[in-house]
Design a protein. Structure first.
Length: 251
């Protein structure tokens, strides 16, 4: 599931393969931008902002958001292209394919920041501001913790996996009010640490144990014993987001 760490890692991968190279092919398969052709332009930058990714080429910026199922495939030719491709970029023997992207648009490079101006502090950004993130989180004490953590206007980069894991390690139910968090600063700092340690991994780990099947505390472990107390992990998919929790450890 793409979250801020996945997007950061994806940006690093694209940066390694594309920056400084001239595009020899640009095939945008979104009707609104189908006539855009950046062939001959040099890729100057690739950067992430929360869950958003920007590839800056000449005067343009390719803005994408992976949503739930999107990805970028990049490497030496041939890289597979199928009906799910939304954009194909080639630079000599390098091919990058945006697959099932939830958002793909071509923006004016000088104004691409407008697309993410609403976001809170970026957990993996150079301008991360833990004090502001903590203040944003604490601003509405009656709001459910999970809802606040998933609000990208509060802090940018947390998705459902990290939301559930953070609730577990802090000992709170996802439905508990933000006011129950004794130290919001500690919560956002822990969030930053989780994403930072996973920023170059495709298989994230929050437990400190990277062995298969042992990487996460509660997410995806419905009915399995809690790693701390042995209580079966509870699960609810009745809302907009799936929730996992230990009814003994999280109160």
């Amino acid at each position: 599931m793409p979250e801020g760490d996945t997007v950061f890692h994806t940006a690093a991968n694209l940066r390694e393969h594309l920056v400084g190279r001239e595009l020899s092919r640009c095939d945008v398969r979104v009707p609104r931008y189908a006539t855009v052709d950046l062939t001959g332009q040099v890729v100057d930058e690739v950067l992430s902002r929360g869950k958003h990714l920007f590839i800056r080429v000449g005067a343009a910026s390719i803005h994408s958001h992976l949503k739930m199922d999107g990805s970028w495939r990049v490497g030496n030719l041939p890289v597979r292209v199928d009906h799910r491709a939304r954009i194909i970029l080639e630079a000599g023997q390098i091919r990058a394919v945006g697959v099932d992207l939830g958002v793909l648009e071509i923006l004016d490079r000088d104004r691409d920041g407008d697309a993410v101006a609403h976001l809170g502090p970026d957990l993996l950004g150079a301008d991360w501001d833990s004090a502001r993130a903590a203040a944003n989180l604490a601003a509405d004490p009656d709001r459910p913790i999970a809802e606040a953590l998933l609000d990208q206007r509060v802090l940018a980069g947390i998705g459902n996996v990290y939301c559930n894991e953070l609730c577990f390690v802090s000992g709170h139910l996802p439905t508990a009010p933000v006011g129950a968090i004794g130290d919001p600063y500690r919560m956002v700092t822990r969030a930053r640490e989780m994403l930072w340690l996973n920023r170059f991994r495709w298989n994230r780990c929050t437990t400190g144990d990277t062995r298969a099947g042992r990487q996460l505390w509660v997410y995806g472990r419905a009915g399995q014993p809690c790693r701390r107390c042995g209580t079966p992990v509870s699960y609810d998919d009745g809302g907009q987001r799936v929730a996992y929790w230990c009814r003994s450890c999280q109160r």
